[in-house]
Ligand binder design. Structure first.
Ligand code: GCW
Length: 676
């Protein structure tokens, strides 16, 4: 690797919130005597982190054993260390942790493991140095824990600098060029390493004209970012345009089977690795929402992905090929076309035809990051293909970082779902082979995420990517302890759990009911508009009429989508009796009087949940008001301002959804509440 170690001299940015790495979180480490037995770039990062904490809190850090006692030892497994961990037991990024005879020990096979181990010790705080602790092993569930940034270099006329970004501008780009604020990039890298993320995609998957050049003549801008991310173990990925050989290479075609096209990609990729030796690979959105792809040449997506995989293979890179392929110009009158079916219909027949280093990146649900969707049947459909599961941390459909919506509650359900039934593998097990990927919610906002509490989603994504079985509430606890380390985290725990643990379900209650999805304002996707997408080409319909609502996706009478699931789910979803209530309208069109499992009718459920959800938003605001004085005033004000908007917007959702269904159905609320 090029020797670019001056990162330690990059000063911390002064105008951004420390998020989950405030100085105070390092006090337990910074007051102690630490020994770091390792060499290499990431070991230097470990030393620099500990040294910075010691400079502040009076501890010490040494690189050689002998002549002294230590409270914390971070050592490679090849070194002589107090707990015999055999080399190879930890793996590339894992670590072992123990506390024995008054010494806390972190052992790893590679410096990366020591870095993750150090941040784990920071997370544990004083308790890392307390009682005896037998050796415990920490190994990431998947080698690829990646955040994608939908950032444009040139602000897009409609989508702006960051597509679906709710946290200001890009961390990386501004007004057509690099932002040049490497201090912020470095601070971001630290935050990501501290929650376990090890890969970042630096540009939007919709690759417009300027951004296409990041692959060639603007590659230096990407290399500069890679240099700052590298010391934190984060590999850079680049979204590329499938038609790049035409636009950048001057070739007449981008046909993946054309020899010149293949040579162009091979040479171009060689140059990428010359500039960024540890480059992670490409991300590709092809034949999707207007992006070019292999269909134009009569080729399959396996042909397209394999061409790039072959160019990357000699260098150890991967191509993350997105499966988000569907017809966005469908006719709403055509009831037989079902967008939910699209990914499976396109990709399942190609199983087994992708190269080993081609990873198919599948959105967790079959539609598009809705508040509630079933798990995508794709996840069970391609046993011979490496799959990465994609989540959305940026809250496009979940309140756009104006609403409190703690998403790990949803992610944890998704990751724990077992597509083949109780005894089969889980979604997390499948993702272990390809990775867990998410769209980042961070931007150049001083709080990183617009809504300060949305930081918890970013933190939790990394933690769940590392350990998918973690309890979302426990992860929130970690986040509270770290983020508010300088204040009084104990006072905040109760109220913040009350505000956040159930916030995803609250959001679900006051928005689109029973899994039907959308009902948002077209375009920007914020706020209610029940029929907003009903007569559009986007394939996102609810089919409400005077008698009922929902999408019939059964084999018996609908689009047949339920048949894409293996048993037992193909039967469960097909059956009106067995289908879980929360997904009822995703799979079935039912009359308003249809009785749910809890005895309520669909129409009464709509009224009840909408009143309840909006009320819960108000309670959330009250809880926060009581915390004035317990957190930094500026942060408090920022959250309060967002909560005002959440309460307003939740009321709007409640009234529009309730009024809409009252007018359609004519059925009054059994409890006689006011429906406008
Ligand atoms: O949900 C849709 C978003 C698009 C996004 C697309 C995708 C980057 O509305 O803004 O494009 O998903 O995932 O590619």
């Amino acid at each position: 690797l090029p020797d670019r170690r001056n990162f330690v001299t990059i000063p911390a940015p002064t105008d951004v919130h420390a998020a989950w790495l405030p100085e105070e979180a390092f006090r337990p480490v910074g007051t102690r005597r630490t020994l770091v037995l390792a060499d290499g770039l990431l070991a230097e990062t470990v030393r620099a982190e500990v040294a910075a904490a010691c400079a502040r809190y009076g501890g010490s850090v040494r690189q050689q054993a002998g002549g002294g006692e230590f409270d914390l030892v971070l050592a490679l497994s090849t070194a002589e260390q107090p707990v015999e961990v055999a080399p190879g037991e930890c793996g590339a990024e894992g670590f072992a942790l123990a506390h024995r005879d008054g010494v806390t020990v972190v052992v790893a096979d590679e410096p990366a493991g020591l870095l993750y181990g150090l941040f784990h010790v920071v997370r544990l705080g004083e308790s890392a140095f307390g009682a005896e602790r037998p050796v415990e092993w920490h190994r990431p569930a998947t080698p690829r824990r990646m955040l994608g940034h939908w950032d444009n270099v040139d602000p897009h006329p409609v989508m702006g600098q960051v597509e679906r970004g709710y946290a200001g501008g890009s961390i990386f780009w501004r007004d057509g060029g690099p932002r040049g604020d490497l201090a912020r990039v470095r601070a971001y890298a630290r935050l990501l390493a501290a929650c376990g993320v090890n890969a970042v995609g630096v540009n939007n998957v919709n690759v417009h004209a300027t951004e296409a050049h990041l692959l060639t003549d603007r590659l230096g801008d990407v290399a500069a970012i890679a240099d700052v991310l590298r010391p934190y173990g984060i590999a850079v990925h680049l979204s590329v345009n499938f038609a790049a050989p035409i636009a950048l290479g001057g070739l007449p075609t981008a046909d993946p089977l054309d020899a010149d096209v293949r040579t162009w990609w091979a040479r171009t990729t060689e140059q990428v690795y010359a500039a960024i030796p540890d480059f992670g690979g490409y991300v590709v959105k092809a034949d999707s929402e207007g992006q070019p792809g292999p269909f134009a040449y009569g080729r399959t997506h396996a042909d397209g992905a394999n061409m790039l995989a072959d160019a990357l293979a000699p260098h150890g890179g991967v191509v993350c090929w997105r499966a988000f392929v569907y017809n966005h110009r469908q006719d709403w009158r055509d009831r037989s076309t079902d967008r939910a079916r699209a990914a499976y219909d396109h990709f399942a027949p190609l199983d087994g035809r992708f190269r080993d280093n081609a990873i198919l990146q599948v959105k967790h649900g079959p539609m598009d990051f809705q508040t509630r969707e079933p798990v995508s049947p794709m996840i069970a459909a391609m046993p011979s293909t490496a799959l990465a599961v994609e989540l959305q941390v940026t809250q496009e459909y979940t309140g756009q970082q104006r609403h409190v919506c703690y998403l790990p509650a949803m992610w944890s359900e998704v990751l724990g779902f077992r597509p083949w039934g109780r005894d089969g593998r889980s979604v997390a097990d499948v993702a272990a082979g390809g990775g867990l990927v998410a769209v980042s919610n961070a931007g150049d906002d001083p709080y990183w995420t617009g809504h300060p509490l949305a930081q918890a989603n970013l933190y939790a994504f990394g933690r769940l990517a590392w350990a998918p079985r973690l309890d979302p509430a426990a992860v929130l606890d970690e986040w509270i302890g770290l983020t508010f380390a300088a204040g009084d985290p104990e006072r905040l725990r109760g109220p913040l759990h009350a505000m956040m643990d159930g916030s995803w379900r609250t959001y679900e209650r006051y928005t689109a009911p029973l899994g039907v999805g959308f009902m948002v304002r077209p375009g920007h996707h914020y706020g209610p508009d029940v029929d907003g997408y009903e007569y559009t080409p986007w394939g996102t319909y609810h089919f409400a009429d005077r008698d009922g609502v929902g999408v019939d996706r059964t084999r018996a009478s609908g689009t047949g989508f339920t048949g894409q699931y293996p048993e037992p789910w193909s039967e469960v979803y097909e059956s009106l009796e067995e289908c879980p209530d929360e997904l009822l309208l995703f799979f079935h069109h039912v009359p308003y009087g249809h009785v749910l499992h809890d005895g309520s009718t669909v129409i009464q459920h709509i009224y009840d949940t909408h009143f309840q959800g909006a009320e819960e938003a108000e309670q959330t605001r009250l809880l926060w008001e009581k915390l004035a004085g317990a957190v930094d005033p500026a942060l408090h004000a920022r959250v309060r301002e967002r909560l005002d908007e959440q309460v307003r917007c939740a009321g709007e959702w409640r009234d529009q959804v309730n009024a809409y269904f009252f007018r359609k159905s004519g059925v009054p609320d059994a409890r006689g509440r006011r429906i406008p």
